[in-house]
Design a protein around this ligand. Structure first.
Ligand code: S3P
Length: 439
């Protein structure tokens, strides 16, 4: 545990570059590791979660190396040729690694044991276990359907049509990855759209994948026993990491910060819309495409934010950004109401409870409800901050630590966070960039 006190630093100015997108980084290692031949990945996020995926793919037989210039070279094993891991796969804090790789193992004639840290070991895996068992995998999980668990894949697995009971890109991706080595066509019906990186990237790697609509719902079909061909991937900057700086520059007076190379895939860009609705001053500079994804530089200037009712329909497009949106709301004028956020209770921590407690400790006025928070903003006045000796509990959740760091910037007395080490799971350069922007 490494505690840290975040205090006001002055306006955020200049330009910064956030690291590569976490979702795309995981998938680039997985798909390159499944292609036959050599792929090269530029801009890979070198956070602990992604490194857990790299270590697992190595156990499956892929060769993965980092070059001196920072790009990663992957020699894949081929779909259908995964080796059985010799040791338990240590997924650390990473739900994405766990759920997607469970899907991958499910379609191969191998067994694997998945273990993780205390946070990950409390997170629900039944949502992936259910469809994977339907496809023929056998799974022994801990009581409550959690890690540690042992998964025995099926080969051949059985193609299914699966309608997602929760809006989850991880569950969708797990079924599609299981479908990669399954004869026939595996279908996922998605009533509520979630991030579509798996669909875009698998198509890029040469899989036959069709996306259509039936009765207003998205249907994704993957043709099994796919052959993936290697490709070069450029990973755009992570909008979920940019989010902390978008909010920080919006609420710290005098700020004028440009965040370079931010991915703006519509399934990820919800925070930008919501902040603009609240009155944020964010302009998209030099819109372009990077690695098949829309990208722009974001120029963010301080603005007076006002509280709003956040439309629950936008939640999947900003599911990881609510903790920091709560901080923006705490500084807005008036009340912000969020609803439909039950999924936040099963992230790296229960993000409704953890953020309600953290913001309250820092002096904000917060009401916690079953499916969202109601936050009465200060109208731009700084928060009081945490009192001497009172630490915000981050509960092994990187996004809580970074959100409360942003809260510290707009507090009178500073905000103490009990543990900043989880930041390394997704955004190892966060502390340095914060100092750089506020210098
Ligand atoms: C992710 C999907 C989301 C998100 C997570 C990354 C992905 O999880 O919260 O950080 O890369 O597919 P859910 O699928 O559980 O919503």
């Amino acid at each position: 545990m490494t505690s840290h006190r975040f205090s006001s630093l002055g306006p955020l100015t200049g330009s910064i570059r956030v690291p590569g997108d976490k979702s795309i980084s995981h998938r680039s290692l997985m798909f390159a590791g499944l292609a036959l031949g050599r792929s090269r990945i530029t801009g890979l996020l070198e956070g602990e979660d992604v490194l857990a995926t790299a270590a697992a793919m190595r156990q499956f037989g892929a060769q993965i190396a980092r070059e001196a210039n920072g790009s990663w070279v992957v020699d894949g094993v081929g779909v259908g040729s995964l080796l059985e891991p010799q040791q338990a796969l240590d997924m650390g804090n990473s739900g994405t690694s766990t759920r997607l790789l469970m899907g991958l193992v499910a379609g191969h004639a191998i067994s694997a044991t998945f273990v993780g840290d205390a946070s990950l070991s409390g997170r629900p895996m039944k949502r992936v276990i259910d469809p994977l068992v339907m496809m023929g995998a056998s799974i022994e999980a801990s009581a409550g359907g959690t890690l540690p668990l042992m998964l025995r894949g099926a080969s051949p697995a059985v193609p299914i049509t699966y309608r997602l009971p929760v809006a989850s890109a991880q569950v969708k991706s797990a079924v599609l990855l299981a479908g990669l080595n399954t004869p026939g066509i595996t279908r996922v019906i998605e009533p509520i759209p979630t991030r579509d990186h798996t669909e875009r990237m698998l198509t890029g790697f040469g899989a036959k994948l069709e996306v259509g609509t039936e009765n207003g719902e998205t249907v994704i079909a993957i043709h099994g026993e796919a052959d993936l061909k290697p490709m070069d991937v450029t990973v755009p900057g992570d909008p979920s990491s940019a989010a902390f700086f978008m909010v920080a520059a919006s609420i710290v007076p005098g700020s004028d910060l440009t965040i370079m190379n931010v991915g703006l895939n519509p399934t990820r860009a919800g925070l930008l819309h919501v902040l603009r609705q609240m009155g944020a001053d964010i302009t998209e500079v030099n819109p372009r495409e990077v690695g098949g994804e829309p990208v722009a530089d974001l120029r963010v200037r301080h603005a007076t934010l006002k509280g709003i009712d956040v439309d629950p329909a936008i939640a999947p497009a900003m599911i990881d950004e609510f903790p920091v949106l709560f901080v923006a709301s705490a500084l807005a004028s008036g009340t912000t109401r969020t609803t439909g956020l039950e999924e936040l209770r099963v992230k790296e921590s229960d993000r409704l409870a953890t953020m309600a407690a953290a913001l309250t400790l820092a002096g904000a006025r917060v009401e916690e409800h079953e499916d969202g928070l109601i936050i009465h903003g200060t109208g731009g006045e700084p928060l009081s901050g945490t009192t001497e000796g009172a630490n915000v509990a981050t509960r092994l959740d990187h996004r809580i630590a970074m959100s409360m760091a942003v809260a510290g910037l707009v507090s009178r007395g500073g905000v103490s966070v009990d543990d900043i080490s989880p930041i390394n799971t997704s955004f190892p350069t966060f502390m340095g960039l914060l100092e750089e922007a506020a210098r």
